[in-house]
Write a protein that binds this ligand. Structure first.
Ligand code: OAD
Length: 230
């Protein structure tokens, strides 16, 4: 089976009711990135950071995968599909995708603020101040903040190097190192970009753009790749 690799971003979850970051009305319009998504922000005001992610988690528990997520599951009939997601939600997994790699962590997990290797499932929507890891340190969201290392980039680069088809869906490609994965797509591999807006794809990548929202865009992609119509 050929390997189809997907790099997904906030846009694939938009039709599930989850806000993106940089669109009009996106989260970074309302919140200061450095206050809620950086180690300095955590140091200055951990309660604010904890509340921000608690709210996101509470909201996520009330959301469901959309046709975009399910379409990528359908593609597993034809391809060895591997999803590299920048999203911290679990909607790819809930839709049934078998191989999902989270570059920026997972909202439904907590990690020790002293040791990022200590990761725990969260029961419910809330991490409370005072909830601690087995070493006694405060638990924080298992999310990669700006300025923190992205260890999942190593396997992500390897997966990307093995791709026969590469699909970008719902990401502005503004955040590095995630966006640099396009540099690892082997030459000659077809690249598809699904996004309702213009995305600045690097000039050396010859991408076919499907200018649609994820639900419709993935349907068009399936039709193009397999001839299957819904
Ligand atoms: P952005 O908010 O930067 O980009 C979202 C993209 O989704 C844009 O290109 C939109 O045009 C597109 N979009 C909007 N609605 C869509 C829909 N219904 N279907 C498909 N696409 C749609 O989000 P990301 O690129 O994911 O990191 O942002 C990358 C990282 O920046 C995030 O993982 C997060 C953020 O700060 C951290 O928190 C570490």
């Amino acid at each position: 089976m050929k390997k189809l690799v997907v790099l997904s971003g906030a846009g694939i979850s938009a039709e599930s009711g989850i806000r993106t970051f940089r669109d009009m009305g996106g989260l970074w319009e309302e919140y200061d990135i450095l206050e809620v998504a950086s180690p300095q922000g955590w140091e200055n005001n951990p309660e604010l950071v904890q509340n921000f992610y608690n709210e996101r988690r509470k909201q996520l528990l009330g959301c469901s995968p959309n046709k975009g997520h399910y379409g990528l599951v359908d593609l597993e009939k034809y391809y060895d599909v591997e999803i590299i997601t920048q999203n911290v939600d679990d909607l790819h997994e809930r839709a049934g995708s078998k191989k999902v790699l989270h570059l920026h962590g997972e909202l439904l997990k907590a990690q020790s603020s002293a040791d990022p290797e200590l990761v725990y499932e969260i029961d419910g929507w809330e991490i409370k101040m005072g909830d601690t890891c087995e070493k006694g340190s405060q638990l924080r969201p298992n999310v990669v903040w700006f300025g923190e290392p992205v260890p999942a980039m190593i396997p992500a680069m390897e997966i990307t190097r093995q791709s026969d088809i590469f699909v970008v869906v719902g990401t502005s490609l503004n955040v590095y190192p995630a966006a640099s994965l396009l540099d690892y797509v082997p030459r000659g591999v077809p690249v598809y970009v699904i996004d309702p807006e213009d995305v600045s794809v690097p000039f050396n990548v010859n991408a076919e753009v499907i200018r649609e929202k994820a639900a419709k865009g993935v349907e068009i992609l399936i039709e193009k790749l397999t001839g299957d119509k819904k």
